[in-house]
Write a protein that binds this ligand. Sequence first.
Ligand SMILES: *Cc1c(COP(=O)(O)O)cnc(C)c1O
Length: 389
Amino acid sequence: METPSPASRLAVPAGLAAATAVLTIDLDAIAGNWRAAAACLPPGARAAGVIKADAYGCGARRVLPALAQAGCRDFFVALIDEALAVRDLLPPGGRLFVLSGPPPGAEALMRESGLIPVLNSLEQIHAWARAAREAGTGPAPAAWHVDTGMTRLGLDLGELADLMAAPLPEGLALPVLLMSHLACADDPGHPLTDRQVETFARAHALLPGVPTSLGASSGIFRGPATQGDLVRPGALLYGLNPTPEKPSPVRPVVRLEAKILQGRLLDAPHPVGYGATVTLPAHRRLATVGVGYADGYPRAAGNRGLGVLAGTVVPVVGRISMDLITLDVTEVPPAQVHPGALVELLGPTFDADALAGCAGTIGYEILTGLGRRCLRVYLGGPPDTQEGP
Ligand SMILES: *Cc1c(COP(=O)(O)O)cnc(C)c1O
């Protein structure tokens, strides 16, 4: 029995008839969005693909080959386990970076697995050098992360300067990538971005000739100063808008549909859902669908989210339950409101960014939370040939 891949672990084996919710992921749109990001770069710069958190919930084992087919060679995950789960799918010449670097004691595993750590601290750098000395086979490639103002991970400029002021410790080579991460690139006027760009330039002056990596989704669309030699788009690949102040430059990727389990026409005013937070008047028509907060639909979107049924926008009424959402479908022709009809809860009309706006969160959190129980359907991309390591 093969170990199921993260992408397929919870697929509903009985298929569409048994599923109450369907999550459709357009792999060709993901590839097209990657190409759109790559097309913003000056000659010589390249785009990686960030596929951490199971490719933002879209399924890393399906997304990696689709990106590779589009020409992507560099991939970023957050954790070693995420890297080990997709390593067999890397294209020839592909590189797999682990953003969190090795936890103490995991250096040898990372070396032996051919993974490239992002070394975020002097401790990680020295441990990486020590692992090379113990292996006796020379330094292994690594990226170095310098903190330029986000104050999360990374060496500060002083630490980098001290490291470079002396000969590198035995077992350490110059990094294959000097990386930093922008805190406010989604906010075009934010002054921190300029400060981070300046600090990053000073860090790079300490390692001349080493390739740089600065921009993630939002940085890519702000021009060369916030890009670097290798950009690291995640969110935009999956259809989130990297420039929230403007219409999105990328295509929608994800569609979440839920089947109507029951419809009803109110004969008198009735309260709806847990807590009876809303009472609807007589003659309203309601439909209850089989998705809830256990599927990643945010509970905070109760009385605020929107669905689409037969081309008509239908508001969520009442609280979101664990497995159920009720919608007011009065505006939809009654013949379209029947058990099994699919209500679109996320799609081009009302996307993850819009749902996030109703729920006080960001599209990233919506996407990474989706799909634990939904039937997943993939559109486009290379055929799914393997089940995983
Ligand atoms: C998650 C992450 C990215 C991708 O960011 P997006 O905004 O999703 O494009 C890039 N770099 C680092 C260090 C990250 O943690």
